[in-house]
Design a protein. Structure first.
Length: 71
């Protein structure tokens, strides 16, 4: 018997990661997460964060969501 797979495509924003945490661990759920763009600082006319800072923040929030999925 084949099991159905639900593959939501989520922007990696705070709300979507929160929803993923609330969903919890479910068989057949395999989310695809898109890393959001780096915010722009219009006063400095450049990125608000470095790529390293942006990825570090994203991975920290994504890790929280994954921990909730594995519980």
């Amino acid at each position: 018997m084949n099991t159905a797979t639900y593959m939501p495509i989520l922007k990696g924003r705070q709300g979507e990661l929160w929803s993923l945490r609330e969903l919890g661990s479910r068989q057949g759920v395999c989310p695809v997460i898109e890393v959001p763009r780096i915010k722009w600082n219009y006063k400095a006319n450049g990125p608000a964060h470095t790529v390293e800072e942006h990825v570090t923040r994203f991975v920290r929030e994504f890790d929280k969501a994954l921990r909730c999925l594995s519980e």
